[in-house]
Ligand binder design. Structure first.
Ligand code: KIV
Ligand code: ZN
Length: 510
């Protein structure tokens, strides 16, 4: 048996059916290019009869990809749909028409209102018509997951005789369980004459969270094509997630006795592209592509991973194009993880200093969900390094109100010399920051500005945190005052001093 599983990507068709995910032609082309880099075997480019935009996308995608990939267009078992699909595929070097009809009692009785025999007739006519346009015709037996297996066998046998080259057995409503779905595919493999001449395809939806498991059960029982979407997007709870199927097959090759031709290193890039184009955010704990897929938070796991990655990771992040494993510093992290991060940040602390930082780290981690690199740098400089302040804020006056340009007068000491300057900006904080930037001549950029009230009421102590960056070095600055403009100035000056420290003064291995 052929051991290569074809990846049929339907992100641009079934994936686009996710609420809010519609894409224009140029966005679809961008995703297409990435799918080609990834090595998808088939791209379902759209449903041409459904809209002029879908028609155009199928045409443009056909033009774009040449013979790199099969381009597939969807149709119902309706003559007009098939003719329009064939028209849209005229630009494609490897065209495939995907046509089909419902096979469950629910679809036959309520949606189509036809008998089984009529469904068979329509299916056969549709496949024959599609074959008159292209040599590659895929038939889908819609809602096969809820249909009577004997009728599915009959339908599949009829469409193979009519000329189908691929038969797709969708679990359209995500109803089946892996054992049932696997048994359906096995039944088809065992009972349908001529099945060895065609490719059996699985197409699963995720209503019960089984889409990937069902698709893999199909593979285990003889399917050789998996229909899936990037990040599992799609109608309702979505489709089988492409990245999950690919990595399950790669990781458990011996178990499945099969693999794909996919370049797995392109997985993360593909996932991010689809997420940014569709606006569908990837849940952090999503398998393979979620932000936490390779992040370790508990002290025991962190210690294990730092000793040997495979203790808690079954996939090397590099294999899917991810940056690497990450150790998330939280209140559950131990000394090993903190020491490792401090060393990554460029410092090796002697034990007595490390203990001071570790204690302060635990106190901070109890208050914060996650301790970031900037926080650690702040702890190091507070507890064990003593930053000489290059910049000192001496005085500050800011003026703003309706109908006037916000201005600031700032007096600072720079390397011991007093400098006073006036500036303006879009608001009082902007005016102060521009003036401080002019006085210090900083080349840094302000990446984040955050204000928090420490106490309640209008007399609250305000705390400002800023993040600034220069030449790849990021630091955080903090400032607190009852006057939020002064707190903002203190935070900025604090950050600039830290930047100076890391830029020139930081003794390595101190
Ligand atoms: O879920 C489904 O049955 C489908 C078909 C149109 C292939 O998407
Ligand atoms: Zn579907």
């Amino acid at each position: 048996m052929n051991n290569i599983i074809k990846i049929f990507d339907t992100t641009l068709r079934d994936g686009e059916q996710s609420p809010g995910a519609s894409m224009n032609t140029s966005e679809k082309l961008e995703i297409t290019r990435q799918l080609v880099r990834l090595g998808a075997d088939v791209i379902e480019a759209g449903f041409p009869i459904s809209s002029p935009g879908d028609f155009e996308s199928v045409r443009k995608i056909g033009e774009e990809v040449g013979d790199a990939v099969v381009v597939c267009a969807l149709s119902r078992a309706v003559a007009k749909d098939i003719e329009v699909a064939a028209d849209a595929l005229a630009t494609s070097k490897r065209p495939r028409i995907h046509t089909g009809i419902g096979v469950s009692e629910s679809h036959l009785q309520h949606k189509l209102r036809i008998s089984r025999d009529e469904a068979l007739e329509r299916a056969i006519a549709a496949v024959k018509l599609a074959r008159s346009f292209v040599g590659d015709v895929e038939f889908y037996a819609e809602d096969a997951g809820r249909a009577e297996p004997a009728f599915v066998y009959r339908m599949v046998e009829s469409v193979i005789k009519a000329g189908a080259t691929v038969v797709n057995i969708p679990d359209t409503t995500g109803y089946a369980y892996p054992e049932e779905y696997g048994a359906l595919i096995r039944g088809i493999m065992e009972h349908v004459p001529g099945i060895d001449k065609v490719t059996v395809s699985v197409h699963c939806h995720n209503d019960l969270g089984m889409a990937t498991a069902n698709a893999l059960a199909g593979v285990k029982n003889g399917a050789r094509q998996v229909e899936c979407t990037v990040n599992g997007i799609g109608e309702r709870a979505g489709n089988t997630a492409m990245e999950e199927v690919i990595m399950a097959l790669r990781q458990r090759r011996a178990y499945f006795g099969a693999d794909t031709n996919i370049n797995t290193k392109e997985i993360i890039r593909t996932s991010r592209l689809v997420s940014s184009i569709t606006g569908i955010v990837i849940q952090p704990n999503k398998a393979i592509v979620g932000a936490n897929a390779f992040a370790h938070s508990s002290g025991i796991h962190q210690d294990g991973v730092l000793k040997e990655r495979s203790t808690y990771e079954i996939i090397d992040p590099a294999e899917v194009g991810a940056g690497g494993s990450s150790i998330v510093l939280t209140a559950r992290s131990g000394r090993h993880a903190l020491r490792h991060r401090i060393s990554e940040l460029g410092s090796e602390l002697p034990d007595n200093e490390f203990e001071k930082v570790y204690e302060a780290f635990l106190a901070l981690a109890d208050k914060k969900k996650e301790v970031f690199d900037e926080d650690i740098e702040a702890l190091i400089s507070d507890k064990v390094k003593h930053i000489t302040e290059v910049y000192v804020l001496k005085s500050l006056r800011a003026e703003s109100g309706t109908g006037i340009t916000p201005t600031a007068v700032v007096e600072m000491q720079v390397d011991g010399k007093t400098v006073k300057q006036t500036g303006s900006g879009d608001g009082p904080v902007d005016a102060v920051y521009r003036t401080i930037a002019a006085i210090t001549g900083t080349k840094s950029t302000l990446d984040a500005y955050l204000v928090k009230g420490i106490t309640g009421g209008t007399d609250a102590q305000g705390e400002v945190t800023v993040k600034v960056e220069e030449g790849g070095k990021k630091v955080a600055g903090h400032g607190a005052d009852t006057d939020i403009i002064i707190a903002s100035a203190k935070a900025y000056v604090n950050a600039l001093n830290k930047l100076e420290y890391w830029k020139k003064g930081r003794p390595k291995n101190a």
